[in-house]
Design a protein around this ligand. Structure first.
Ligand SMILES: Nc1nc2c(c(=O)[nH]1)N[C@H]1C(S)=C(S)[C@@H](COP(=O)(O)O)O[C@H]1N2
Ligand SMILES: [Mo]
Length: 230
């Protein structure tokens, strides 16, 4: 947890459900059992479930969360397993990714997509999280499993994670958002909000959308729960 925020971020006291507007309505109705497909440039496809990483060390990580639109939530506590451990203990051993793999494409069960360089995914602070602030992860924040990559803008931290596709490059990747909004790395410290346009401009363009988006996501989440669970 940091005292000062990265460039262009302002603090929120809550941690709102958030994303591109079209995903507001697509929250899964029930968390399916955790099942993560590992595919792409691998010798053997793999489906990982909770039993598969039962032997891995569980970790809890305190960090701030930074959305590309400019809001940050401080001091969240995520628990799960390190992506690095999953990669080294399970994926390398059982799926045998090709030596040329440089990127990983991620997909959530609501259809949201993101990519990151493999090297970024293997950083010490990248988790596959199933708990937030000591509680099982709720549907609003990505149950049953989400990525948490605190050094990158929130759009890389895919919720309801169901697929990791290993690739040589980004030629097969279609981003969820317009391309100018999607930076291949999106490092917060470098203000890599998107491509082609400078960070300060994107920040200024996004800012008016935040309140509206937070309301839409909150409303869709609540309506969904009421419809499904009475
Ligand atoms: N599957 C999925 N993952 C997603 C999103 C989404 O809409 N769907 N939104 C992204 C964005 S833009 C942000 S800021 C964070 C928000 O996480 P939260 O809803 O848990 O606050 O999730 C990211 N991961
Ligand atoms: Mo975001």
């Amino acid at each position: 947890m940091t005292q000062t925020l990265p460039p262009g971020q302002h603090r929120r006291l809550d941690f709102p459900r958030f994303g591109l507007l079209r995903f507001a309505q697509r929250m899964p109705t029930q968390a399916p059992p955790l099942r993560l497909r590992v595919c792409g440039l691998v010798r053997k496809e793999l489906w990982l479930d909770a039993a598969a990483w039962a032997g891995l060390q569980r970790v809890t990580l305190q960090c701030d969360f930074h959305c590309v639109t400019g809001w940050s939530s401080a001091g969240l506590s995520w628990s799960g397993v390190r992506m690095r451990d999953v990669y080294q203990a399970l994926i390398q051993a059982q799926a045998e990714p090709d030596d040329q793999v440089a990127y990983v494409l991620m997909r959530g069960s609501d259809g949201a997509r993101a990519c990151l360089p493999l090297a970024d995914l293997l950083a010490e602070d990248v988790l596959l999280a199933d708990q937030l602030n000591g509680q099982a992860l709720g549907l609003d924040h990505g149950a049953p499993l989400r990525l948490v990559a605190p050094a990158h803008y929130g759009y890389k931290s895919v919720k309801h994670l169901e697929r990791l596709e290993f690739c040589r490059d980004l030629s097969r990747y279609r981003s969820s958002a317009w391309r100018f909004m999607d930076h291949p790395r999106a490092r917060v410290a470098h203000e890599e909000r998107g491509r082609w346009l400078p960070g300060w401009l994107l920040r200024w363009l996004y800012r008016p959308l935040v309140t509206f988006t937070v309301r839409r996501f909150a409303k869709a989440g609540t309506a969904d729960r009421l419809a499904k669970h009475g």
